[in-house]
Every structure is written in structure tokens, then in C-alpha cells.
Ligand binder design. Sequence first.
Ligand SMILES: Cc1cc2nc3c(=O)[nH]c(=O)nc-3n(C[C@H](O)[C@H](O)[C@H](O)COP(=O)(O)OP(=O)(O)OC[C@H]3O[C@@H](n4cnc5c(N)ncnc54)[C@H](O)[C@@H]3O)c2cc1C
Length: 383
Amino acid sequence: MNTFLSLAHKASQDEYLKFVSEHIAPRAHELDRGELAPKDVLATLAQAGYLGITVPASYGGKGGNLLDLTILAEILAGHAAGVALALASHYTVVELILNFGSDQQKSRYLPLLARGEVIGAQAFGEEKAGSDFKAVQATAVVEGDAAALNATKTWVVNGEIAQLLAVLAKSGDQLSLWLVDANGEKNAADSLKVGPARAKMGMRSAVTNDIILTNHKVSLDNRLGGASATCDQVVKAVEHALDVSKTVLAGAALGLADQAIALGAERARTHEQFGESISKFQGIQWKLADLSMDRAAAQMLTYRAAWSKDEEPENFHKYSAMAKMFAAKVARFHSGEALQIFGVLGASPESEIERIYRDSKLTEVFEGASEYQKVIIKEELGV
Ligand SMILES: Cc1cc2nc3c(=O)[nH]c(=O)nc-3n(C[C@H](O)[C@H](O)[C@H](O)COP(=O)(O)OP(=O)(O)OC[C@H]3O[C@@H](n4cnc5c(N)ncnc54)[C@H](O)[C@@H]3O)c2cc1C
């Protein structure tokens, strides 16, 4: 578990384990059933400083790095993968501002985001712009000192609780990025509507809504990258923020795989069939051995992706795509195998492995489906 981690990362890991065992693990079922408000859960994380892990200390954050954040997602996800997804959405906004924001945007928003007084949400996707985010149909038309935004953004995690949305739009034939102030649950303006929470098979501890902007006015001060940002720079900024988010979600997939191992091994040790423990059957042993090996490989790739953001930035795009795709595949395939060990008990909504399986499948879909990660990986090879 601690391989490759510095003493500081190990200390963070211990702190996160304690936090999750006290505040999240005991409430895993309630979180999955949507009985706890996501904003209250994020408030608990905010109190611990976990909404500002990668925000520099000069802006009120913890000054940590992506590996710190990825380890938190890993530890959270076995109990509440949706909370890790909510963090990924929040930190996409943090990263956009850190990497592409003006000094004014940094001073205005980063301290609020770090303290959790403002929750961020990534509003890139649309019905016809999923993996291919460049195909957005949202428009931002500049009129004087403001822009009028028209958009229907779909499946926005934190949508109904976020006070700051990062919205991707087209200005003429150029892509543009906007920080849109929202009022979280108090949204009532006709120009900014939040759709009802979307039902979904997994990740239910995150709330996901559509956001509809109708002639919604945004100050030009809130244009990320400024008026002179080229389409290419916007694409790079979005890709970079998604690379951060994908690495965090690869961490979440690792946490799901971890929990699948723990649950599968425990069930194998404690269940009998044909007069003996099913853990004596080689077919069961091999499932667990394969899971353990693949999870370890996924962890190395994910930690490498997180490390490469600062230490080998030229390879970050490639490694984050590899980590997200591989860790998601490991979580989805092996949670199915662990569920198989449970037999019929795995089919019950009361069983933890059923939740792990549902959550794991979604890791292959969001933040660019797995097939699209392969497009990134092959492009890096010049093919
Ligand atoms: C739980 C959840 C949370 C989400 N949260 C957010 C959010 O906070 N903000 C946001 O903006 N969006 C969010 N999304 C949307 C998410 O980003 C998209 O689902 C994702 O990018 C994939 O897009 P899509 O679903 O439209 O599928 P598409 O991209 O349309 O893909 C459909 C199918 O085509 C395949 N495919 C796509 N491209 C290729 C290719 N080049 N080669 C081969 N096959 C391909 C895919 O694998 C898939 O099988 C969320 C989605 C989910 C499920």
C-alpha cells in the first residue's frame, strides 16, 4: 500500500484512513441510498481541509500535490465512490483556475474553493458532446463587458450544490471557458436553471444535474485565459484539467478494487460449500490472486500518472489516460468476479459488493469513455 510514497504522503494516507473510517465508512449505505445530502458530506470534507488539497498555501489551501488528492480519492471510494467523483468535479475547477486563470480569478476564487465556501462543478458535457468535448454547442456571445451564455449542460456532478461552474462554450468558431457564479441550492434565476437530480446506477453519493443557461450574463472578467485565449489554448487547458480529474478517478477505481478484494476474500474465508470453505477451491483463489495483482499494477500506473503531473509533465496526458482506463477496467472486471464469489448474496442491494460493482461500471463511462482514452494513448504514439 505504501510503495512509492514519501513520508509526507504516508502521513496524509494515515490521516485520510482515520477520517474515512470515522466519517464516511459508517455511513456508506446511507450515502448510497441518497439519505445524506452531498453538500453536508462535502462540508465535512471542507472542515478537514480536503477541498483545498492542491491549492497553494498562499491561497489558503494545503499546498499538496495530485498524489495527495489521488490517495484521498482511493481511500474514500471503497465506501463512497460518489464522494470521490464530487471531489473530481470540484478540483477540475480548481485546476482550471490554477493553470489557466488570471491573478484576479485566483485571488477571488481559490481561497473560497479551498475552504469549501464555494463548491466547483465541471460543466463541459452536452448530449452530443461527451468524449468529444470539442463538439459543444453552447454559445458565449460577447456583448460589451459581458457575455451571454446559452447552454444545456448534462450530467453535471455537484450541479445543484455548486456555486461556481466551469462552462465550456463556443464564441464564434473558437472554444471559450467561463467561470459562472451560481447560487448552489438557491438557484432561482430564470437564466440559470438546474434540472432535477439524475437517477444513476452507481456513484449515488454524488448529485448529478443538467444545467440550462438562457441568455445568462457573465462578466468578461470571468473568461478563463482572457479574451486573447486561442482555441488551441482552451483545448489544452480543458485536457489538462480533465487529466487531473481522470487521475483522481483512477484513484477512485483503485479504492473500489481494494474493497472488492477485501469483501471477496472475506466471503471466501467464511462461506462453505461441498463441505468445505470455498477459499479452498482453486477457482476462487485464482480470482482473488488475479484481482490482487491487477490492482497493484493499476495502483503503480495511477501513482505514476499523479507523479508525472509535476515531475514529467510531457507524459501526464498519456499516463492519466492509461491510469483512468486501466484502473476502471480492473475495478469493473474484478468487482464482477468478487460479486461472483458471493453467489446470490451479491445480487442483493443490501450487499456491499453489489454497490461496488455498480459504482465500478461507471468509472469506464465518465470523464471520456474508456475507448476515448485509447484514442489519447495511440495519438501520443504519433499514430
Ligand atoms: C456519473 C457520471 C457523471 C458525470 N459527470 C459529468 C460532469 O460533472 N461534467 C460533465 O461535463 N460531464 C459529466 N459526465 C458526462 C461524461 O463526461 C460523459 O458520459 C463521457 O465523457 C462520455 O460521453 P458520452 O456518455 O456522451 O458517451 P460518448 O462519448 O457519446 O460515447 C458513446 C459510446 O461511443 C464510444 N466512443 C466514443 N468515442 C469513441 C472513439 N473515438 N472510438 C471508439 N469508441 C468511441 C464510447 O466508448 C461509448 O461506448 C458524467 C457522466 C456520468 C455517467
